[in-house]
Design a protein around this ligand. Structure first.
Ligand SMILES: *[C@@H]1O[C@H](CO)[C@@H](O)[C@H](O)[C@H]1NC(C)=O
Ligand SMILES: *[C@@H]1O[C@H](CO)[C@@H](O)[C@H](O)[C@H]1NC(C)=O
Ligand SMILES: *[C@@H]1O[C@H](CO)[C@@H](O)[C@H](O)[C@H]1NC(C)=O
Ligand SMILES: *[C@@H]1O[C@H](CO)[C@@H](O)[C@H](O)[C@H]1NC(C)=O
Ligand SMILES: *[C@@H]1O[C@H](CO)[C@@H](O)[C@H](O)[C@H]1NC(C)=O
Ligand SMILES: *[C@@H]1O[C@H](CO)[C@@H](O)[C@H](O)[C@H]1NC(C)=O
Ligand SMILES: *[C@@H]1O[C@H](CO)[C@@H](O)[C@H](O)[C@H]1NC(C)=O
Length: 390
């Protein structure tokens, strides 16, 4: 009887009969392809928030297949919700309540991915955010970016989020007190803490050893207030392939406390800091590096002429490098003018300035030319030396 009812309803959707039979046999919930308990939970979520951009109009009582709703992705076999995009559910004024109620997600027992970005959330119910999320034991991907978390109570429960591979906490107000708790996320492969307050006050309170996230491949700590004392903690991340430390307060000279010894790095981005030193000494240790951004630092050493592994993308912009560029040979032909700009004493292709005229930085690159004779002499020496070695 139930099947007959379903088939009548389904036929109005013009689903071919054989497909219908197939679906009814395969799915516990028939052709609506949506678990009713989850559909109700989704409607509850919608009624709790204002959905200020009206992007969830498909989430309504008269629509039965919740798997077809905006931002809802179901398993093709079980029809349980697997991924849920709940970005921009709330508005700043509209929702007096910007507390993330974790209990709302408990009906979604097969949930693997949860996007909660852009929601002004600042705390959780129950107060132990990650501990409560751990009840979703299939969760692999969690995006809490662009919220207002200044503190996430992770208490004791983190080891339970044992499948979490991707965690995005960027654009919040978190400080360093979050960091020790993240150590328990043993499956983590990608972590972004971009644009938080880590480093203010006591920065990286990792008491005993280094971070032990042995599977972590991608770590974004850019735009925080970290200084170079972070570096020794990073050296222990043995799987790390991409490291972003731009826009912090890192000073000191390369090679920096082992920064250049994270030997599997393919991406190293350390722009917008106050770093100095010898770039070549760093690159020598990083044979797999293919992206290297040192823009907006204090590097002054002439750029190394040695061939550098797999490097194909690079920014050296806005330092104080001098001497010839790497030219346009082989892989270096991918470096455009932009990657060298803001270094008035660099010369050679792709820059307009020829190294034969090394003594005159281009007008548009230097406003005030305060060079003294001594500098001039040094530059000429470097130019001759470098050109000689070509
Ligand atoms: C309900 O959702 C369906 C699509 O799933 C949409 O066509 C319809 O306009 C929605 N109804 C309302 C009242 O928003
Ligand atoms: C949290 O969500 C659950 C499930 O939707 C609900 O029963 C509970 O009342 C909510 N708690 C608060 C404080 O809103
Ligand atoms: C953190 O969570 C634990 C366990 O839920 C709770 O006992 C504790 O009071 C919470 N701490 C804060 C500061 O919210
Ligand atoms: C780095 O930050 C820590 C903690 O704020 C501080 O103790 C240390 O002196 C800083 N190091 C430098 C070189 O500024
Ligand atoms: C981090 O922020 C929390 C909550 O605002 C505060 O209680 C704590 O003292 C801060 N810790 C550090 C190290 O700044
Ligand atoms: C840049 O380097 C030149 C010499 O190479 C030096 O005279 C100048 O003071 C440096 N500028 C800064 C801002 O360090
Ligand atoms: C070298 O610089 C001088 C003065 O800045 C300029 O007049 C001349 O055209 C330049 N020569 C070459 C070959 O770029």
């Amino acid at each position: 009887m139930k099947h007959l009812q379903l088939s009548l309803l389904c036929s109005s959707w013009l689903i071919p009969f054989w497909m219908l039979v197939h679906q009814v046999l395969q799915q516990p919930n028939g052709c609506f392809a949506c678990v009713e308990e989850e559909r109700i939970a989704l409607l509850d979520i919608k009624s709790t928030f204002s959905d200020p951009y009206s992007i969830r109009e498909s989430w309504n009582k008269s629509s039965f297949d919740c798997c077809s709703w905006y931002g809802v992705y179901c398993s093709p076999t079980t029809k349980h919700v697997r991924h849920l995009d709940l970005a921009a559910l709330t508005s700043w004024e509209g929702d007096s309540n910007n507390i993330l109620n974790i209990s709302m997600f408990l009906p979604f027992q097969e949930l693997q991915g949860l996007i909660l970005s852009d929601n002004f959330f600042n705390s959780c119910i129950p107060s132990d955010c990650f501990g409560s999320l751990a009840e979703l034991d299939n969760l692999q991907h969690l995006d809490l970016s662009h919220n207002n978390f200044y503190f996430i109570n992770v208490s004791i429960a983190t080891p339970k989020l044992s499948k979490l591979e991707y965690l995005d906490l960027s654009y919040n107000q978190l400080n360093g007190s979050i960091v020790p708790y993240l150590i328990g996320l043993s499956s983590l492969k990608a972590l972004s803490l971009h644009w938080n307050n880590i480093g203010r006050g006591l920065p990286f309170k990792v008491s005993s050893a280094t971070l032990k996230l042995s599977k972590l491949k991608y770590l974004d700590l850019s735009y925080n207030q970290l200084n170079e004392s972070i570096v020794p903690y990073l050296v222990g991340l043995s799987s790390l392939k991409a490291l972003y430390l731009d826009g912090n307060n890192m000073g000191g000279r390369l090679p920096l406390k082992g920064l250049c010894k994270i030997k599997n790095l393919e991406v190293l981005s350390i722009g917008h800091n106050n770093l100095r030193g010898d770039i070549s000494s760093c690159l020598g240790y990083l044979p797999s590096l293919n992206y290297f951004d040192i823009s907006y630092n204090q590097f002054r050493m002439p750029f190394p002429m040695t061939i550098i592994g797999n490097l194909y993308k690079n920014s050296m912009a806005y330092n104080n490098l001098s001497g010839p560029t790497l030219g346009m040979v082989g892989q270096f032909s991918t470096f455009d003018e932009k990657s060298y700009e803001g270094n008035p004493y660099l010369c050679g292709p792709p820059l307009v300035k020829s190294c034969n005229n090394i003594s005159s930085p281009q007008q548009n690159q230097v406003k005030d030319d305060h060079r003294n004779e001594e500098t001039m002499e040094r530059l000429i020496t470097i130019a001759i030396f470098a050109l000689g070695s070509l």
